[in-house]
Ligand binder design. Structure first.
Ligand code: H79
Length: 481
């Protein structure tokens, strides 16, 4: 259905909601009441079946690459001898760098080491099915060819190339999806751009330089919306995801609606819950944490860093282990979510080697065990996967969830996968909700049948003495329901 048909259908639906048939109600969103959005978004108008079709590839993918790359990779966390203690892409804000000084970085940005081919190949070999790259972060610098604003990689740097275009070509060639992150409200170098209020910055605007002052609506109409339009129009079939961030209080329903009008022209597009203006978008976006129970009834994606920064910071060497990263991916899949794992290329466009090494390890695991991740749905077990802290709060403000690492489970049709971390030479679960008809290890290419017994609700499986993979060995259960 094209957009015109969709909005006509929606208009009718909303005009006569009293006469909706039960089938129509079932086919529409969980909440069939008309939204108060000034412009209805696709999520407000599509049927559940249309939504399932639109989200299908994303739900199957389970694992994506986030790329934070921009001018901030030049200071790499340090400005005039001062180190930021926060995330690298926030350096301009954190160290109150004047607009003119920050913009001057563009003149020295020449990332000759960037290879779209290598980055796409890295994502693919790691088992990732999509890439989301920062097209413009809060610093306002566009990493693409923009006619709407000259502060961009093609017009303002000696590099003169559009990495988004090169990535789009490579993604098309290598058969992987591409999405764009765009900071729609925060923009610290464009007059009128928003800034989160913090530190000793202006208590109302969040600004620290007069050059940042101006009309937000002018910023929206002269930069943000035109650039979003460029991103949607100029990359032939991409982006398939638009990843908004930090709407701030400036992104009112009326302003967000102007962006929704653009998004609605792309009926296959997926966009997250950070547009603002009360639009819920398609996906929940827990940042730097894995929710205890996922988001039942919602699509969701944990975005996380490999070390502690998104944008490259030369002195951040706090890299998570491959074991942690692989287990995080499994944990997320077992709760029905996606893992958007970040890399931060440096000012030459090179991906830090410790990040490459970890992604290679993940790829090795996925090559053998990907079947237990892709296209799966959440666990069918009610076994707890950790405990809630009595004292600590998590990033969502709720009691912090501390995972334990015995095992997780994912499901696909009649197959139940048990990803075992803590290998004991046998597997036991008190309540197995299905009848098991066979068991084997995914890493055993012969799929040698394992002995198992089901007594009452309990299931016991005999396993070899040694794990086939110390990080996670996958037990496959064939079941009937
Ligand atoms: O792009 C990455 C972050 O830069 C971005 N979202 C991810 C994907 C992000 N922007 N804002 N936030 C996340 C949340 C705000 C964090 C803050 Fe702070 C806490 C702003 C001020 C205090 C972190 C710590 C940034 C500066 C100090």
């Amino acid at each position: 259905m094209n957009l015109l048909h969709r909005s006509i259908a929606t208009g009718l639906l909303f005009a006569s909601s009293a006469s909706l048939s039960f089938a129509q109600l079932q086919g529409s969103k969980a909440d069939p009441t008309p939204t108060k959005h000034p412009v209805p978004a696709i999520q407000d108008t599509e049927t559940a079946a249309q939504r399932d079709a639109r989200m299908a590839w994303w739900r199957d993918a389970r694992f994506g690459m986030f790329i934070h790359w921009g001018l901030y990779s030049i200071p790499a966390g340090e400005w005039k001898g001062q180190r930021t203690t926060h995330i690298g892409e926030w350096i301009m804000n954190d160290l109150s760098i004047p607009v003119a000084d920050y913009k001057a970085l563009a003149k020295q940005f020449n990332p000759t080491g960037f290879s779209a081919h290598d980055i796409v190949a890295l994502a693919k070999s790691s088992g990732m099915k999509y890439i989301v790259i920062t097209s413009k972060h809060h610093d306002g610098f566009a990493m693409f060819d923009s006619k709407a604003d000259p502060f961009n990689i093609v017009a303002a740097t000696p590099y003169h190339r559009d990495p988004l275009k090169e990535l789009a070509e490579e993604c098309r060639k290598q058969g992987i999806k591409l999405g764009f992150y765009y900071s729609q409200a925060q923009d610290w170098t464009a007059p009128g751009g928003a800034a989160i209020v913090r530190g000793n910055h202006d208590k109302v605007t969040g600004h620290w330089d007069k050059a940042q002052d101006g009309s937000f609506d002018d910023y929206l109409h002269k930069k943000s919306i035109p650039q979003i339009k460029e991103l949607l129009e100029n990359y032939k079939g991409y982006p398939v995801v638009v990843w908004f961030d930090t709407p701030t209080k400036m992104m009112t329903p009326e302003r967000a609606a102007e962006i929704v009008k653009l998004l609605n022209k792309y009926p296959n597009l997926i966009w997250n819950n950070r547009l603002g203006g009360t639009y819920k978008g398609d996906t929940e976006t827990p940042e730097q944490y894995i929710p205890a129970q996922g988001f039942p009834g919602r699509d969701w994606e944990s975005c996380m860093t490999i070390n502690d920064t998104w944008g490259y910071k030369s002195f951040d060497t706090n890299f998570k282990s491959s074991e942690t990263l692989i287990r995080n991916l499994i944990d997320i899949a077992s709760k029905g979510g996606n893992y958007l794992l970040n890399i931060g290329p440096d000012s030459k466009g090179i991906v830090p080697q410790p990040e490459v090494d970890r992604l290679h390890d993940m790829g090795k695991w996925m090559k053998v065990n990907g079947e237990a991740i892709y296209g799966t749905s959440a666990t069918i077990f009610d076994t707890p996967t950790g405990t809630f802290s009595a004292t600590e709060k998590g990033r969502d403000g709720k009691p912090k969830f501390n995972p334990t690492w015995e095992w997780r489970s994912t499901t696909k049709g009649n197959k139940v996968y048990i990803e075992i971390f803590d290998w004991k030479g046998h597997f036991h679960v008190d309540r197995m909700p299905r009848k098991v008809t066979g068991a084997y290890l995914l890493a055993d290419s012969a799929h040698k049948p394992l002995k198992f017994t089901q007594k009452g609700a309990a299931l016991d499986v005999d396993l070899p003495a040694q794990a086939l993979d110390p990080v996670a060995t996958v037990l496959v259960l064939n079941t009937t329901r």
